[in-house]
Design a protein around this ligand. Structure first.
Ligand SMILES: NC(=O)c1ccc[n+]([C@@H]2O[C@H](COP(=O)([O-])OP(=O)(O)OC[C@H]3O[C@@H](n4cnc5c(N)ncnc54)[C@H](O)[C@@H]3O)[C@@H](O)[C@H]2O)c1
Ligand SMILES: C[N+](C)(C)CC=O
Length: 488
């Protein structure tokens, strides 16, 4: 039974309710987890509030905080295999992918642990004689943190590590579908020895626990990763006490391939961009925008390779892609495929569930490619978040950039060409938080991540990812205090 962690204690939901956690590969129950609600969230928020206002964590030397965060990295490295297998059981992703996630996650804790004591503030050249002016950064306070199911622990690490390094207290709510690795890392944080109330974990759904974190007047910052519609709700609820918000939302990310790109590289990367983790990636290259002169050859090769992606059990060595996360989510993907057909797009591969006997208990869907797509179609504009790629054609550099930017989203995008000047011109005009040149998907702790437009507000990772969790204070000191006699 997976419990919640509140004020240094492992507890059941006050209501006694529990939730079954399901393996999406075979629908087996892999765990039972506490299913908290607003009441549990309120208790956790009060504990985090008390720990921030009256505890020692916020004023603990930054170097000491950093060491504790580094200790989490060490413990994750120690338990890497256990965590990776747990993540695969919970999400269906391949265990090889989960291992890479765990390495990234340890790297995130290492990065922010190391960064904790690197900002000693800043002296300002004051324009006022006999004065001293300086900037200091302080923790924000109680941070509510809400994460999705596609990269459960990775997305949690992007929030937990900087928040703790900066001296905040946290209440984390993982997705109710995939809480296992976040529970395990909370155990590791307990082992690392954080003071009671600094780290709190509440399990439960978004409408209850998530809503309470977003709405509570006792929370100073809400950091949310998830879908755009949920993000809008979080933003509205957060306005009650004007808490700081950080939103990492969805994407419909363009992958622009020019005719002069290295063909093999571009095909291989386009395949990975669209179908890695069954397309359940916020930055998936779900919109292929390819130059007209190579369109037919490119699509033919891509469809051929997509049709050969081996679906299966994430623990089998030859599996290249796992299932979708749930029956409900597969239903959403299937409904978009129907919409695409009605809109006049043409399926060149996929468009159905696989037929293999051994895949029938999992939520599998075949890698699917639509051609004859135009940017006014819903399948081109809306995030499907599954293994569905739309293909559009372009005839000029200007048209490629216009198509790439024709979206309410602005999370990420890529351009493939051997003409580096063209690549740089396109990258400069693409309105996205990340633009890759001749690559797709890299992200790492050192570089900020986040969206333009409706893909989000704020940045995670990099120095901005730590700054999100700080308030900036200007301290001005009069070095020669004397009456000013403005009022005689
Ligand atoms: N930008 C990024 O870095 C990034 C990374 C990963 C995933 N995502 C996005 O996440 C989405 C997929 O994840 P999902 O299906 O779990 O998203 P979701 O929005 O359904 O849920 C995300 C989290 O929000 C909670 N939630 C639901 N309703 C809530 C409410 N009313 N108030 C507060 N919290 C609530 C859920 O319980 C879950 O923990 C995709 O849109 C994907 O693009 C973005
Ligand atoms: C941010 N990333 C790419 C790790 C996961 C998005 O879903």
């Amino acid at each position: 039974m997976k419990q919640m962690y509140i004020n240094g204690n492992w507890v059941d939901a006050r209501s006694g309710k529990t939730r079954e956690i399901i393996n999406p590969y075979n629908q087996e129950v892999i765990a039972e987890a506490a299913d908290g609600n607003e009441e549990d969230a309120k208790i956790a928020i009060a504990a985090a509030r008390e720990a921030f206002d009256n505890g020692a964590w916020a004023s603990t030397p930054a170097a000491t905080r950093g060491e504790k965060v580094l200790r989490i990295a060490e413990l994750i490295e120690r338990d890497r295999e256990e965590l990776a297998r747990m993540e695969t059981l919970d999400t269906g992703k391949t265990v090889e992918e989960s291992r890479e996630d765990m390495d990234d996650i340890a790297g995130v804790f290492r990065y922010f642990g190391g960064l904790a004591d690197k900002d000693g503030g800043e002296m300002i050249e004051s324009p006022i004689p006999d004065s001293q002016s300086r900037i200091v950064r302080e923790p924000v306070g109680v941070c509510g943190q809400i994460t999705p199911w596609n990269y459960p622990l990775l997305q949690a690490s992007w929030k937990i590590a900087p928040a703790l390094a900066a001296g905040n207290t946290i209440v984390m709510k993982p997705s109710e579908i995939t809480p296992l690795t976040t529970v395990k890392v909370t155990e590791l944080m307990e082992e690392a020895g954080f003071p009671a109330g600094v780290v709190n974990l509440v399990l439960g759904d978004g409408a209850t626990v998530g809503n309470e974190l977003a709405e509570s007047d006792s929370v100073d910052l809400i950091s949310f990763t998830g879908g755009i519609e949920t993000g809008k709700k979080v933003m509205q609820k957060a306005s009650g006490n004007m808490k700081k918000i950080a939103l990492e939302l969805g994407g419909k990310n363009p992958n622009v391939v020019f005719a002069d790109a290295d063909f093999e590289t571009a095909v291989d990367q386009a395949l990975n961009a669209a179908f890695f983790h069954a397309g359940q990636v916020c930055s998936a290259g779900a919109r292929l925008i390819v130059e007209d002169s190579i369109h037919d050859e490119f699509v033919k090769e891509l469809a051929d390779r997509a049709g050969r992606i081996k679906l299966g059990d994430g623990f089998e060595d030859d599996t290249q892609s796992g299932p979708l996360i749930s029956a409900e989510h597969r239903g959403k993907v299937e409904s978009y495929v129907e919409i695409g057909k009605q809109e006049g797009a043409k399926i060149v591969t996929g468009g159905a569930r696989p037929e293999e006997e051994e895949l029938q208990n999992g939520f599998f869907y075949l890698p699917t490619i639509f051609t004859e797509c135009t940017s006014d179609m819903r399948i081109v504009q809306e995030e499907i978040f599954g293994p569905v790629l739309t293909v559009e054609r372009f005839h000029s550099e200007e048209e490629a950039v216009t198509l790439a930017n024709d979206s309410v989203y602005g999370l990420a995008g890529a351009v493939f060409t051997t003409d580096i000047d063209k690549a740089e011109r396109a990258a400069a005009k693409m309105r996205m938080g990340t633009v890759w040149i001749n690559d797709f998907h890299p992200y790492f702790a050192q570089a900020p991540w986040g969206g333009y437009k409706q893909s989000g507000i704020g940045r995670e990772l990099g120095k901005p990812g730590l700054e999100e969790y700080t308030e900036t204070k200007h301290i001005y000191r009069n070095l020669k205090p004397e009456p000013i006699h403005w009022f005689k």
